[in-house]
Design a protein around this ligand. Structure first.
Ligand code: SF4
Ligand code: MG
Length: 333
């Protein structure tokens, strides 16, 4: 299949007074039509910055894309270099082809307009519907995202809805432009577990029905299993392991992925015994001065002197499964 989005060797650096933060440093990723790619990592790993770079939403910060490419293939099959687009052309892409939702829907919804107006506005701008047509379509979209009694809720203001409902409204706003790619950055992190599961189910259902490509950014490997086909594990601005979800989670080939799996409370080993919960010792390296060699070495239980001397490249484990660990073949993870 042709990739909907293809990111190659992307480098997004922040030029701060304290020095250069290489927030994304050589990231390569792709996602196909109807497929979900999860980007997983701790906060500060570069996963959100990767999403924001694709959307070109870092414009007014100290961030600069200093290397790499981002190609997007639209419905008409034309291949667009997103980094080469004018701001005007990019805002058209953001409206029509790629949508993004965030952790906190309150920050994206306008408190002074009804949710119906906000969904309808998106429909009017992107599909050129009449006022009346947009309202009817907005009600349908609210129904599609699982909002009950949408004929009534369409006139509610954001503060009148629960967090879960607001996130559904954000999804409706995103879907109003009929995107080919949806980037969801921690969309369920602020929600309680039950609502979280409902939103995950909803995203999965919509993604299959609409054959969207979905990039799901999360710190939670548990959710990856539920939603994604493909996973990229990020650590300290780099992808350290990537591949089909089943393969990576069943047979992790990077100690960091193993450590993330050990943080999941409900995980059981092959004998059905509960694994002891092991938090990952230490913290992410200072982004202003990343360590030599493998960036994970200070926290890695398997580190050897060579891990400090050699900067690991991504190596193929099998098929599309890759890891950035020089010792992957000898480790029993
Ligand atoms: Fe650990 Fe060395 Fe592999 Fe890095 S390269 S993950 S330090 S074993
Ligand atoms: Mg983030």
């Amino acid at each position: 299949a042709q990739h909907v989005l293809s990111v190659v060797d992307l480098k997004t650096h922040f030029f701060t007074d304290a020095g250069v933060i290489k927030a994304v440093n050589g990231v390569t990723l792709s996602v196909d039509e109807g497929e979900t790619l999860a980007i997983v990592g701790e906060s500060g790993s570069g996963k959100s910055v990767t999403g924001l770079t694709v959307m070109r939403l870092l414009g007014r910060t100290t961030a600069k894309v200093v290397g790499g490419s981002i190609h997007f293939r639209g419905r008409n099959e034309e291949n667009t270099d997103l980094l080469a687009l004018s701001e005007k052309a990019m805002s058209r892409i953001r409206g029509h082809d790629i949508a993004m939702i965030f952790q906190d829907p309150m920050s994206s919804l306008n408190p002074v307009f009804t949710v119906g107006d906000q969904v309808a506005e998106s429909l009017r701008v992107h599909k050129g519907l009449s006022k009346r047509g947009a309202r009817l379509q907005a009600i349908e979209l609210l129904r599609q995202v699982g909002i009950s009694e949408p004929e009534k809720r369409v006139d509610a203001y954001p503060h009148e809805l629960s967090g879960g409902m607001r996130q559904r409204v954000m999804i409706a706003v995103a879907l109003a432009c009929d995107p080919r790619l949806l980037i969801a950055d921690e969309p369920t992190t602020a929600l309680d577990v039950t609502i979280q599961a409902q939103i995950i189910d909803l995203l999965r259902k919509l993604q299959k029905e609409l054959r969207m490509a979905l990039i799901f950014v999360t710190h939670d490997l548990k959710l990856v299993k539920q939603i994604a086909d493909h996973v990229a594990v990020m650590y300290a601005s780099q992808v350290v392991e990537e591949g089909p979800v089943d393969q990576v989670l069943a047979n992790p080939r990077h100690p960091y992925t193993r450590a993330l799996l050990d943080c999941i409370p409900s995980r059981r080993d092959g004998d059905g015994n509960r694994r002891t919960l092991k938090p990952i010792p230490g913290t992410m390296p200072n982004p202003l001065s990343p360590p030599d060699g493998c960036r994970f070495h200070a926290r890695c239980a398997y580190a050897q002197p060579e891990c400090v001397a050699i900067e690991p490249e991504l190596q193929v484990v099998e098929g599309k499964h890759v890891t950035r660990c020089i010792r992957w073949q000898e480790l029993a993870l």
